[in-house]
Every structure is written in C-alpha cells, then in structure tokens.
Design a protein around this ligand. Structure first.
Ligand SMILES: *Cc1c(COP(=O)(O)O)cnc(C)c1O
Length: 602
C-alpha cells in the first residue's frame, strides 16, 4: 500500500517529510483550511513523490493554474465537482483522485458516473470541514465496495490504527485499497507533521507487509549490519548519522541531479528492443545504463558518494577495484571534483586489466598494488580498509556495490535508485502503466539490481529476477552462483550470503565476467532471495556470451558481459506475449572486446 501525507504547509517540514519518501504529498489549496498552502513556491522534491493539489469546488482555471505553477502530478477533489469537471481536467495529464465522505453508511452508486473518468477514489470521514477531521469511519462498510477502481483510505488514520490497518489488510475491502492517506493524526499543530511518528508509522506499515528496505539498525531481515574493526567505528558512525540528512538537503539533490543530467547523460533511455521482443515473443525493454558516461551504472553511485564526501569535509578518496570498472568510475569523479584518489587493486588484477589501469592513471588516480594473499579483489579491499583506519579524518572510502557495512548498502542503493525512478515515468509514457511484469538484472555485489528494483520492491505485481554467474556450471567448482552455493557469513563488514568452505574460508569465485566474479551478494539481495521476493537464476559463461552476441546482431548494441548474463534468461524462461520485461543493461561491451574476440575467435 502506498502512503500519502496530506496537508503540507511549511518548507522545512515538507523537506523532512519528503526525506521519509512517502508516495504522495498533499498540498491543500482551500482558503478555509487551517492547512491552506499559501507559499509561493514548493521545495524541490524527489521525482518519486507525487505532488498532489487538494481542491474544494475550485474554479477550474485556478486548478489548472496551480497544476502548472507547482508542477503537480495529481489532484484531489473534495467538493461537489461533477464528472464533467473531472473530465475536463483529464486533459491536464495528471492523476485525478475524487473524494467521497462516508458516515455510517454509503450509497456506492454515486461512484458510477466517475468510474472511467478518475484514477482513484478517496474515502474520508464525513465531518464539518473537508480534510483533517481526525476521526476514522467504519471501514467494514467498504466490504461492499462494488468497483474495481483503486481507492485511498483516509480519515483519522494515526499510530493507534496500525492494528486496525493490519486487520483491514486481511479483509475483502482491502483488495482495491491503493494507498493510505494521513494528515491530522500526525500533526504537532495544523500543517506541521510529527516526523518521528510518521517514521514509526511508515516502518510499521511496511514491516506488516514485508520490509525489503533496510531497517533502523541496518538490517534487511537477518542480513546486513556493520561488522567492522573497532578502529573504523568513528568513520562508519559519522556516515551512518549523516547520510540520510545529507541526501535530503535540497542543494545536495540539486547538485546530484544536475551532474546526473549534464555529466552522466541521464535520463538513460528505456529502449523497446523490437527484434529481440519478436524473437522471444514478449515485450522486452532495455534500460540503457550502458550509455552513461564511463559506460556503466557505476558512475551513478560514485557521483553520489563524491558529493557525500565533500559534504562530510573529506579531501582524500580511496577505493578498491577488481576489474577496474569501479576504480575508473571513482577516478573519474575525483578528477571532476579535484580530489586526491587512491585505488587499491590486486597485483594480479593490475596485470590482467591494463587498459583500466591506464585509464585510472590518465584520470590522475594513484593505483596501489595489493601484494598479499591471492593478490585480487579481496586483498585490495583489505588494503583499502587498512588505509581508512590509518586516515580516519580526511578520507572517504567509496565502495562500489551494494555491499559493505551499514550504511553503505543502503546509500549505494539509494544513489542507484535513480534507475527505477526513471523507469516508472518512462514506462508510463510508453505503455501507459508504471509497473512492468518483470525486472531483470545481473548481480555481482548487486548495485545495478538494487537500483533497478528499488521503487518496485513493494509492488507485488512486479516480479524481480536476479541473474548470477554460473561460470562453467553451478556444480563445476568454477562459479559465482551465491544464492545456490552460498550460506550465511560475514564478508566486507556485513552479514550476507557468501560462498565459503565449511570452516568459513571464502571460496574463490569464478565468472568470465569480471564484474560478477564476487563470492557474495549484497545483504538486500540475500533477503530478497531468502524471502522469495526475487527469483534467482544462474547463467553460464557460454549462455551469457551467446546472449551478448545475439544482442549485437539483433539490436546493434554490444553489451558488457555482465549484462549479457541478464539477457540470457530469455532462452531459459518463457514469458507471455503481453508481459513487459525490463532488463537492466548495466554496461557496454567495449571493455570486454578482448574477451569476446578470444571466445568467438573473431
Ligand atoms: C560492476 C558491474 C556489474 C556488477 O556490479 P553490481 O554492483 O552487481 O551492479 C554489472 N555490470 C557492469 C557493466 C559492471 O561494470
């Protein structure tokens, strides 16, 4: 169920509520209301929050004026507005919510003339003034709801109603309940919302369904947390205390969005792959992260983290890298901001990934070889952590996937969530609906998948598919199929699923694609796997390479081998012709040319 917070009035309070990420924020344009929104401008809000104008028998021209002035995405009509009135507003291309008040009984036939005209109904308690009465009506009346139009449930919903809401969720009436609308029960005074109460409510609301987001303690179900050496505690704690506030600052949001637009080249297109769709007899859309600056989704996260580092007053950046992709993305943003950049990389990887090492050096980064252990990614990570312990004050550690101690998995996921934020409106434009039937993404640590899933995590009609690397075969001993082979353990500061021997030694993973060659998955994905929210599939090197070449031939796009794994599922799973399947094309294949050449003897 979605959440709408209504009756927003004051700038600071609006921003604080927006940071909790409700789905709708309501602004009342009705002079007689104590919550009348009078300010000239609304603060910039994340695109995922729909700004809703609330009107009572207003002149239609005034409504249109407000829609344009404040860039409203929805309107809510509380008066005696007629079906014709609503029809006229349809042309404004916004969601229309028509309100009806319920007392002890309700004549549902009054809804009929509005059925095909409005998007949602909203049921409120009948009271003296529209909005903010503070009393709940008897929800069992809705057991007779004769319509299939989704509705908002409103009227006196507060913390005391959590048990009732849970009961309601099990009733027939809840089937078409699309959102809960809250207002006066969460107020300190009219127009000022109590943030901590709202937070509790939102967490409860989600947890009674199943929370796939991180909780207050940094856990996704049983996975996550921060298992770190004592010496790192101050660094991680500083980040934990500040990251959400920093990310909610309007200047931060502005700067992040501006760079994503002008530097990274966002929004990345949502491309309908026509010939591929014809072959597999379903509708396949590709989310083109391959078109981002530096060629993959990783830049979304490094842009976010470099801005975070600056806000925290850090002047020196460290990162670890395996194949070099994250190292390049980190070196790029350090050059952009003029910050010192040190990239730790296993000695073996340095030899294997010469072009990326050259890129990092050209971008001004210092590449430091990790000489211990197997001289690969995990040894580079150890070196980076050692560096951080020694330089706690001036240094920020940019982690490159949705892994690491809390708050990293959540922070990285939020930076990458721009991917699903865009899919929502792009799909609406192309298909007239926001939700695809399936979302498919490959998983190394899980950052492109986390970002592509994020805004759909609690949308039950959207199926999530996570694609891991099976290497030479799941049972070959040469794979990275963590969901099948892994069990609970601690890696890089968090509790998650990882591949390990009986006595807890981490197993060396293998995949032809460097980005999927990781022995664990991020804690969010461990939770999605354990709860069954996401379906996990494993794809071999061979099937991935074939799917990669197929995309070249069918669509003229050379994908990264990581992304080719996601594309390979169409040979294994059948979709319906009407299904919309969105695939995260996480990166482009330039970096993999040599691999493709060797493999196919091109
Ligand atoms: C790094 C990388 C991946 C894997 O990382 P995630 O954090 O799982 O997204 C996938 N695709 C590409 C192109 C990459 O560079």
């Amino acid at each position: 169920m979605k959440l709408k917070v209504c009756g927003m009035k004051y700038q600071d309070n609006i921003e604080q509520v927006a940071a909790l990420q409700p789905d709708y924020l309501g602004f009342i344009f009705y002079e007689k209301s104590a919550r009348h929104f009078e300010a000239d401008n609304m603060p910039e809000l994340p695109k995922s929050i729909k700004k809703t104008g609330v009107f009572v028998n207003a002149d239609i021209n005034l409504v249109i004026k407000k829609i344009n002035k404040h860039n409203l995405q929805a309107i809510q009509l509380h008066g005696k507005e007629s079906p014709e009135y609503c029809k006229q507003l349809r042309q404004e291309n916004i969601e229309i919510v028509k309100v009806f008040s319920i007392k002890d009984e309700f004549d549902f036939s009054v809804l009929t003339p509005f059925e095909d005209i409005v998007d949602y109904f909203l049921f409120d308690t009948k009271g003296k003034l529209p909005g903010g009465n503070g009393y709940a009506f008897d929800w069992t009346i809705l057991n007779n709801y004769p319509s299939t139009t989704p509705f908002f449930l409103s009227g006196g919903i507060g913390l005391n109603q959590i048990d009732d809401i849970n009961k309601f969720k099990k009733s027939v009436a809840s089937k078409y309940c699309y959102a809960l609308d809250v207002n006066s029960k969460f107020e300190i005074e009219p127009g000022i919302k109590n943030i901590s109460d709202l937070k509790i409510f939102k967490n409860n609301l989600i947890s009674t369904i199943m929370n796939y987001n991180v909780n207050e303690k940094g856990y996704y179900g049983e996975f996550g947390g921060a298992f770190i050496p004592e010496m790192l505690y101050p660094n991680i704690e500083e980040l934990r205390q500040k990251y959400l506030n920093v990310m909610a600052e309007p200047e931060f949001i502005d700067e992040f969005n501006q760079l994503l637009k002008d530097y990274v080249g966002r929004p990345s297109p949502l491309y309908f792959a026509k010939r591929l769709s014809a072959k597999y007899k379903t509708k396949i859309y590709l989310k083109r992260e391959d078109l981002n600056h530096t060629g993959a989704h990783k830049i979304n996260n490094t842009i976010g983290q470099i801005l975070m580092a600056k806000r925290l007053g850090k002047t020196r950046i460290i990162a670890e890298t395996g194949a070099g992709q994250h190292g390049v993305a980190s070196a790029t943003v350090c050059a952009l901001m003029g910050l010192e950049c040190i990239v730790y990389m296993g000695e073996i990887d340095i030899a294997r990934q010469a072009p990326n090492v050259a890129r990092m050096k050209m971008l001004g980064a210092k590449v430091v070889p990790a000489l211990s252990g197997s001289r690969t990614l995990k040894d580079a990570t150890n070196e980076a952590i050692r560096d951080w312990i020694n330089n706690p004050v001036n240094t920020h550690y940019i982690i490159g996937s949705a892994i690491g101690p809390h708050p990293y998995p959540d922070m990285v996921t939020r930076f990458q969530s721009v991917i699903s934020e865009e899919i929502i409106w792009q799909l609406k434009e192309k298909e007239g609906r926001e939700n695809p039937d399936y979302i498919v993404a490959c998983i190394g640590g899980g950052s492109n998948a986390a970002g592509t899933y994020y805004h759909y995590l609690h949308e039950k009609d959207v199926n999530l598919i996570a694609v891991e690397a099976a290497g030479l075969g799941v049972d070959s001993g040469e794979s990275a199929a963590t969901s099948v082979l892994g069990n609970e353990g601690i890696i890089h500061g968090c509790k998650t699923l990882l591949m390990q021997t009986k006595d807890g030694q981490i197993t060396e993973p293998y995949s032809i694609s460097a980005g999927l060659d990781y022995p664990g998955v991020g804690p969010m994905h461990a939770h999605l796997c354990k709860t069954g929210r996401a379906e996990f599939m494993a794809i071999t090197d061979e099937d991935a390479m074939k799917a990669g070449l197929e995309l070249c031939k069918f669509e003229g796009i050379i994908p990264a081998i990581e992304s080719s794994h996601a594309l390979a599922i169409f040979e294994q799973k059948t979709f319906k012709p009407s299904d919309i399947v969105v695939v995260s094309l996480s990166g482009r294949g330039d970096k993999d040319l040599e691999n493709y050449i060797d493999y196919f003897k091109i």
